[in-house]
Ligand binder design. Structure first.
Ligand code: PBG
Length: 346
């Protein structure tokens, strides 16, 4: 079959599926009122799709606004119940924990990551004791703990893959011991999913799942997050030797393929909106739950746009629905509570 015939066949095929001709077909008839639009809608966003990120800080009685992320706070552990109660009330299925580590606890090797009493461990214990029905996911990566802000160990001026993986395995095991449900390696080292799965199984954590940040791109959209976890000022270079190049799609397939083989239960694409094509093609090709991360930069841009009256707050739902259209199973979003409230009212 020549190229041309192949194309023609496909063209005819698509047309048979979406056949129609004006004036017999008037598409505005299915948009004419709110009730018909509801009936023909192809996608819906539900509370079941939402993952709420929470930033944790040290100290007592602290709910500290993050300047670069209007509406998002850092909570001291004694105040975690404030946001956890909201998550529970809104039936948010899972929260994702991120620590703001005090500067004095950061060092070259990020050893605070392995401290049984670090912010993540203490928060896990706090939450798991009081909120049994909510899943908790934790990042596996060293950047909140390293003085240089990188996700891995620097040896001879390079991020050392295999030595970093050894520490990440310990970090993941510690999180599992503390009750973490979903281990989320966000570091982009090669081989870490397999190493973590093996170690978890060996220690009888067969039921702890792995959500791998499989297609995580080196992105400018993480700026406000790095502020939120206090790594921005420390980070003197980019993360392009381990996070993905934003020109690439096939490389994402290779990442996903490796992570699935190594034992990932779910995969994450990150950032979100600028990478909808990646979400869609991974979903189509791998048939695995694909999660999307609407990252801090996306959040803050939309939020500032709304605050400055450049766009209306309907943009929030519009941005999240795009993930559903692309095929995402769930979305990590700083809008989770706001949107859950809206969904409940609608
Ligand atoms: C750390 C991590 C980052 C984010 C989640 N985990 C930042 C980075 O890789 O530099 C970004 C999340 C966001 O921007 O909302 N490994």
């Amino acid at each position: 079959m020549s190229h041309q015939t192949k194309f023609n066949d496909l063209y005819t095929y698509i047309h048979m599926k979406i056949a129609g001709k004006f004036p017999n077909t008037r598409l505005r008839r299915v948009r004419n009122s709110e009730w018909i639009r509801r009936l023909v809608s192809e996608n819906d966003l539900s509370i079941n799709d939402l993952i709420l990120p929470i930033f944790i800080r040290d100290g007592k009685n602290k709910i500290e606004p993050i300047k670069s992320m209007p509406g998002v706070n850092r909570y001291s552990i004694d105040k975690l119940s404030v946001i956890m109660n909201k998550a529970k009330k809104n039936r948010i299925p899972m929260v994702a924990l991120f620590p703001y580590t005090p500067k004095i606890k950061k060092d070259n090797s990020g050893k605070e990551a392995l401290n049984k009493n670090n912010l993540i461990c203490k928060s896990l214990k706090f939450i798991k004791k009081r909120y049994s029905g909510i899943g908790v996911m934790c990042d596996v990566a060293l950047d909140p703990y390293t003085s240089h802000g990188h996700d891995g160990l620097i040896i001879n001026k390079k991020i050392d893959n295999d030595k970093t993986v050894k520490i990440l395995v310990q970090q993941a095991l510690l999180q599992a011991e503390m009750g973490c449900d979903v281990i989320a390696p966000s570091d982009m080292m090669d081989g870490r999913v397999g190493a973590i799965r093996k170690a978890l199984d060996k220690k009888n954590f067969q039921n702890v799942s792995i959500l791998s940040y499989a297609a995580k791109y080196a992105s400018s959209f993480y700026g406000p997050f790095r502020d939120a976890v206090g790594s921005k000022k420390n980070l003197k270079s980019d993360k392009k030797t381990y996070q993905m190049d934003f020109r690439n799609l096939n490389e994402a397939y290779r990442e996903i393929n490796l992570d699935i083989k190594e034992g990932a239960d779910m995969v994450m694409v990150k950032p979100g909106l600028p990478y909808l094509d990646i979400i869609k093609s991974i979903k189509d090709n791998f048939k695995i739950p694909v999660f999307a991360y609407q990252v801090s930069g996306e959040y803050s841009l939309i939020k500032q746009g709304i605050k400055n009256k450049l766009i209306s707050d309907e943009a929030i739902l519009e941005s999240l629905m795009a993930f559903k259209r692309a095929g995402a199973s769930a979305i990590v979003t700083y809008f989770a509570l706001e949107v859950a409230n809206k969904i409940k009212k609608s």
